[in-house]
Design a protein. Structure first.
Length: 190
């Protein structure tokens, strides 16, 4: 299991998922690590593709079993985490792993894998832009938007602990920087 790990973390709304999709489109022998969560599956979601939907009790049981590489209670009784078995499965297939995880999860994975992992922090240009992006998505209540902004301020303070910070101000530039950094880390041609 010699593969490498590429971690994208960011406050909600900073654009990490968009960058992950752009990097994955380049190939790089990458496979996406599907996270587990405690919440119910939404109508448009597929178990095992979007998340592993294991429910609240199932999630807590897996915590007790030590099944997670990292996990967090993001909001009250809303758990998200990375199953060790998922990462082992991907590495066992001779692939590199790419993650789209929250800031604390990203740092936990980086600590465990050291130089085998590249941890990238996707930085919003500023809090006002982040707030506009969250509002434009029209997926969150006002209360959730305010919670996400408060959490984002705390997460931004952790940016310096990552290997690389990419400011997602101009999307095309951020994508180019992400692809270039991952290509260099994996020893691949862009």
């Amino acid at each position: 299991m010699d593969g490498k790990l590429v971690i994208f973390s960011a406050p909600s709304g900073a654009g990490k998922t968009t960058l992950v999709h752009a990097v994955m489109a380049k190939g790089f022998n990458l496979e996406f690590s599907v996270s587990a969560c405690s919440r119910e599956k939404r109508v448009n979601e597929t178990d095992g593709r979007d998340y592993y939907f294991i429910g609240l009790e199932g999630f807590r049981r897996k915590i007790d079993e030590g099944a997670f590489l990292e996990w967090e209670e993001v909001y009250k009784e809303h758990y998200y985490g990375t199953l060790r078995s998922e990462v082992d499965r991907i590495l066992g297939r001779g692939r590199n792993v790419i993650f789209d995880v929250d800031v604390y999860g990203g740092l936990n994975i980086k600590r465990q894998y050291g130089d085998r992992a590249l941890a990238i922090f996707v930085m919003p240009p500023d809090i006002d832009t982040l707030e506009k992006r969250l509002r434009d998505r029209s997926t969150d209540s006002e209360d959730n938007i305010l919670k996400r902004l408060d959490k984002a301020r705390q997460e931004i303070e952790k940016a310096s602990e990552f290997d690389l910070i990419i400011v997602n101000d101009i999307l095309e530039t951020a994508i180019e920087k992400a692809i270039s950094a991952v290509a260099e880390f994996l020893g691949e041609d862009e």
